[in-house]
Design a protein around this ligand. Structure first.
Ligand SMILES: [Zn+2]
Length: 197
């Protein structure tokens, strides 16, 4: 039961675009308010409420793992700026050290322009970096070291953000998300998928 309560359900809009994750409380509220057009997917969860006074039965709501909400999402990209820059999300975005290519184990967060030199703690100034490279780099700039980036940091898209936000994505939900991932994304490569299993 506990695992069911922790499971997030994937909301998609009527165009088929994944929009956000719903906790079970949010999903039940959507259902009660008639906001769910229909659900599908390989998994079904049953949530039990109180006793219905009219029938004397315990009320139950069953929901599928993927829920199509009525209407178009008002602004499915509203969360772009709010994808939290955590180490877990950063390492999933990058997978390997930005300087030597080692990984995905033992990564640290590197500020390309160090904080002490005016760099920001942002998606565009942060990369995954092995502890060895991070130690050598210290508070120096790349031009001072003659180093180059193996890949260019970027702000994850809304759909990548959905993958970064949920560590327990079900296989059917992942299929939906995979279909809308940008081509350059490393977020769904083998190491990430293994971690998600
Ligand atoms: Zn390295």
């Amino acid at each position: 039961m506990n695992s069911t309560l922790n499971q997030l359900l994937l909301a998609i809009d009527s165009t088929g675009s994944p929009t956000h994750w719903l906790t079970w409380e949010e999903a039940v509220t959507c259902e009660v308010l008639g906001k769910i057009a229909y659900g599908f997917g390989d998994f079904e969860f049953t949530f039990r409420g109180g006793i219905n006074r009219a029938t004397g039965l315990i009320s139950e709501i069953s929901l599928k793992s993927i829920l199509v909400l009525n209407g178009r999402s008002l602004n499915p990209f509203r969360n772009i700026a709010s994808i939290p820059l955590t180490n877990a999300a950063l390492f999933k975005r990058d997978q390997i050290c930005v300087y030597c290519g080692k990984g995905p184990r033992g990564l640290t967060r590197d500020h390309i322009v160090p904080l002490s030199r005016g760099g920001k703690d942002s998606w565009l100034n942060c990369c995954a970096c092995c502890s060895r490279c991070n130690g050598i780099k210290g508070s120096r700039l790349l031009e001072e070291l003659g180093w180059e980036l193996l890949y260019v940091p970027y702000v994850p898209t809304h759909h990548e953000g959905l993958v970064l936000q949920n560590r327990r994505i079900l296989s059917d939900q992942m299929e939906i998300l995979k279909a809308v991932m940008p081509k350059h994304s490393r977020i769904l490569d083998r190491s990430t998928l293994q971690e998600l299993k």
